[in-house]
Design a protein around this ligand. Structure first.
Ligand code: PEP
Length: 251
């Protein structure tokens, strides 16, 4: 049986320096030598400053690179401090994370995220689109309403659906060490999948889970039937832990 859990996205957040490229050696070796790892999609999303060094380091491997955000608008322009999707693509970077809750918390709304998704797909980047409810919304039983709103607003007028991966990341789980109950995660990811198929014209949606994935809880998380992989923050910065998480998903 082939493993359905194929995507392992490493979100390095605002960590890393030039020497950090050396920590990729172990993962490169693992991907090359381990038969079960060959067909996996391992994607590193370092900060902007490290995208080029990561691409150089990974160019003879089939490990991919992604950005953690981008500006919208696909032409050059004045917004100081911004980097657009075209600039990211020009580095031969293939993915971009959009809608991360750490950016939403700083004011990115669904409308801005939607413009970014459109711009990124037009630049032929694959998008890892993050959605998720806060703890307050969860307490008020608003999870489904919030996810539905984030998905329909974020994906409005987005054409190339096959280049969109959805990362369900409950905000209360990111960095907290707490993960959803398995049954809740099964229900929520099923809800997302059905909504994408029935309302957003997705043919074969890919859904990742993100939030405190670690070497211990992965044995529970790997059993969630709707998942195609994981978006991993903290634990992905340590190559041994990252490899261990991946290995534990093997059948
Ligand atoms: C993230 O930031 O996308 C994330 C999932 O973080 P962590 O794994 O550290 O909770």
């Amino acid at each position: 049986m082939t493993n359905k859990l194929r995507y392992f996205v490493a979100n390095w957040k605002m960590y890393g320096h030039l020497n950090s490229v050396n920590s990729l050696n172990k993962v490169i070796k693992f991907k090359k030598k381990n038969k079960k790892a060959k067909n996996l999609k391992i994607i590193y999303c370092p900060p902007f400053t490290l995208i080029h060094p990561f691409i150089q380091k990974l160019k003879k491997t089939n490990i991919k690179t992604g950005a953690q955000n981008c500006s919208f608008g696909s032409t050059y322009g004045p917004p100081t401090g911004s980097i657009n999707s075209m600039m990211i693509k020009s580095l031969k970077c293939e993915y971009v994370i959009l809608g991360h809750s750490e950016k939403r918390a700083k004011g990115e709304n669904d409308n801005i995220i939607n413009k970014k998704i459109i711009s990124a797909t037009e630049s032929k980047l694959k998008v890892i689109f993050c959605i998720g409810e806060t703890s307050k919304q969860k307490r008020k039983k608003l999870t489904k309403k919030i996810l539905l709103s984030q998905l329909s607003k974020g994906l409005k007028k987005v054409k190339n659906k096959k280049n969109i991966l959805i990362a369900y990341e409950p905000v209360w789980s990111i960095g907290s060490g707490i993960i959803p109950k398995s049954q809740d995660l099964e229900n929520t990811t099923n809800f997302i999948k059905l909504f994408l198929i029935n309302n957003m014209k997705f043919k074969n949606p890919k859904i990742l889970y993100g939030g405190s994935v670690n070497t211990k809880n992965i044995s529970l998380l790997k059993k969630i039937t709707n998942l195609d992989g994981f978006l991993i923050g903290g634990a992905s910065q340590n190559s041994n832990k990252f490899i261990d998480i991946i290995k534990k998903t093997f059948n």
